[in-house]
Design a protein around this ligand. Structure first.
Ligand code: AMP
Length: 137
């Protein structure tokens, strides 16, 4: 199977602007820089996405994402930050290797738009909640 782009970065076959590295986690600048400082945090071991990553690895990746978000607010002058992980192409995942976006937000830019519309009309919320709740047991 051909390596994905993040496996190639982890293996040193493609360069990156590295922000952090330990035995299990690598963080680097996203090449697209949706906003200034846009970072990716990835698991070194290949997992398809957040949903299929073992909890302890996922927690380590999220720890690093949290730290980068804190730094970008404190040191970098961002007014906010979006922590985002896309799962499967239907949700916008283009690289099938678990990664978390850290997207700093500045009041004066429009590089990233996240719109959430209210589509609750006509939905049976108690029934939906029950179905999910029962499946979590
Ligand atoms: P997603 O669409 O959530 O799967 O995000 C994949 C991200 O990987 C995109 O934001 C791309 O800009 C980023 N990306 C792809 N190739 C590279 C690369 N060589 N170096 C850094 N970021 C990359």
């Amino acid at each position: 199977m051909e390596k994905d782009v993040f496996c190639k970065i982890i293996d040193g076959e493609i360069p990156c602007h590295k922000l952090y590295e330990d035995e299990e986690v690598l963080a680097f600048l996203d090449i697209s820089q949706v906003t200034k400082g846009h970072a990716l945090v990835v698991s070194k071991k290949h997992y398809e996405n957040f949903l299929s990553t073992p909890q302890e690895v996922m927690h380590k990746v999220m720890d690093v994402a949290q730290r980068i978000g804190q730094v970008e607010i404190k040191m970098f002058g961002a007014q906010g930050v979006n922590i985002l992980t896309n799962c499967y192409p239907a949700a916008g995942q283009s690289v099938m290797h678990f990664h978390v976006h850290v997207i700093p937000r500045y009041n004066d830019e429009g590089g990233f738009i996240l719109e959430m519309h209210d589509n609750s009309k006509g939905l049976n919320l108690p029934a939906i909640a029950k179905e999910i709740k029962d499946s979590l047991k």
